[in-house]
Design a protein around this ligand. Structure first.
Ligand SMILES: Cc1cc2nc3c(=O)[nH]c(=O)nc-3n(C[C@H](O)[C@H](O)[C@H](O)COP(=O)(O)OP(=O)(O)OC[C@H]3O[C@@H](n4cnc5c(N)ncnc54)[C@H](O)[C@@H]3O)c2cc1C
Length: 401
């Protein structure tokens, strides 16, 4: 058990789940992560292990076969998994967001159809907002869903789908002006469609193509893809929640819990970087003593550990706020922003502590160095987090002149 990133007031069940996940990470993920990452290989065995542990259903209610756990439990598990290999937490994350959106916004029929199979990891989720021309500015979405009788016909191109190839259920955000008068605000004319598909690449269903994996600098192993819809027919009962025009809010709700998740990933990667740095610093000697005995390196370790603690505390605070039923967009934005920036800084410091060896693919820190930047972008960039935080602060601290 590490001294850093402890969480007070956990239940026995939470402690037991976390200890099981940590054990799994130490035995099944860490020993193979770097090798699989270098080969850009999907971690099939690890995913099967996660299924057995019930992690795909961690937050799905027990009535649907899940474990019915809180966002905090989920986030702490993600932190452990990301400490082992960030890509594995990416495999779980989009699934978790889609399951969460179904639980919060789905019709009873949609919940009954998908949640039990999602809890078992048989149906695996991906979510798709981004397009080639937009990521931050979701209101500019151009993909369209047009009603034809009992169906919608979807056209458009989507970009950056985490788990685009391996998933079998994609929540796709499209513009659907059905029933909404001309001039309706962009975010009120969007709909989330639940698109079922075969896993794999190419034409995975008539009208739906997943071209192939995008070649990335890091975050390998997990597949990231485009998605092309050309006359894709979706039954009207696959509109999330049954009513059009609510997609933007549903997606933002999903992204909000996703932000706590990205914060947790930042915490996990930073913890691992600290572990690697503090260990190397005691083994490498220069000028007659371990580099850990040079004050400059000790100061680095002190800064790194302080950042690990601070990020963990903010992430836990954001998760607990959501679990208590309160609005947590301010806390989630702050936690995501701080944890991802600190993660990048802690990884950079651990890399520097490794000297030239940090540049070698033989050392784990090289992988972390390529993985950390993804956290600065996914679920909203730092600038977008600051926009959210700033707006909320002005709401909370309205000038009463
Ligand atoms: C590996 C990976 C996986 C991803 N997975 C998914 C996924 O599963 N589903 C999905 O829908 N998307 C996914 N994304 C997309 C991701 O959400 C977007 O990349 C992200 O939101 C940023 O959008 P963008 O890339 O279009 O950048 P842009 O929006 O073009 O931004 C470019 C730059 O401008 C800044 N900027 C933009 N607007 C403003 C503003 N108003 N003020 C100040 N600065 C601004 C941004 O912060 C950024 O620095 C993924 C991305 C990556 C890299």
């Amino acid at each position: 058990m590490s001294r850093l990133a402890q969480t007070a007031d956990l239940t026995d069940v939470q402690r037991e789940i976390l200890s099981t996940v940590r054990d799994f990470v130490d035995k099944e993920i860490l020993p193979v992560a770097t090798e699989l990452e270098h080969r850009d290989e999907y971690p099939t065995r690890i995913v099967e292990g996660l299924k057995e542990l019930g992690l795909f259903g961690l937050m799905i209610p027990e009535e649907y076969g899940g474990l019915g756990e809180s966002l905090l439990t989920y986030a702490l598990c993600v932190e452990e998994i990301a400490r082992g290999w960030m890509s594995v937490s990416g495999i779980v994350n989009t699934h978790f967001i889609v399951a969460y959106m179904l639980k919060q916004h789905g019709t009873q029929e949609q919940k009954d159809t998908f949640l039990p199979r999602m809890a078992a990891g048989e149906v695996r989720g991906a979510f798709s907002m981004s397009e080639p021309g937009l990521g931050s500015d979701v209101s500019a979405i151009t993909s369209k869903g047009v009603r034809e009788g009992d169906e919608f016909v979807l056209d458009g191109q989507k970009m950056w789908l985490t788990n685009g190839g391996t998933s079998t259920l994609v929540a796709v955000l499209c513009r659907s002006d059905e029933g909404h008068p001309e001039g309706t605000a962009p975010h009120k004319s969007m709909t989330t469609f639940l698109v079922e598909k075969e896993p794999g690449f190419g034409e995975v269903r008539p009208g739906l193509t997943i071209p192939g994996k995008i070649d990335k600098m890091g975050y390998k192993g997990v597949d990231t893809t485009e998605l092309i819809m050309h006359g894709l027919r979706i039954p009207a009962n696959r509109v999330l929640g049954g009513t059009t025009g609510r997609g933007f809010y549903q997606m933002m709700d999903g992204v909000e819990v996703g932000r706590v998740n990205v914060a947790a990933r930042g915490c996990g990667v930073a913890q691992r970087a600290f572990e690697l740095g503090v260990s190397y610093a005691q083994q490498r000697e220069t000028f007659g003593k371990p580099i850990a005995q040079h004050q400059a390196i000790q100061f680095k370790l002190a800064e790194m550990a302080t950042k690990v603690e601070a990020a963990h505390a903010m992430m836990v605070n954001a998760a607990r706020k959501k679990d208590s039923g309160e609005r947590n967009d301010l806390e989630a934005g702050m936690a995501k922003y701080l944890a991802s920036e600190y993660c990048k800084e802690v990884v950079e410091d651990a890399f520097r502590i490794h000297g030239g060896y940090g540049f070698s693919k033989e050392y784990e820190i090289e992988r972390l160095y390529r993985e950390a930047p993804m956290l600065l972008i996914g679920e909203g960039t730092a600038e977008i987090q600051k926009m959210i935080i700033g707006r909320r602060l002005l709401e909370e601290y309205r000038f009463q002149g």
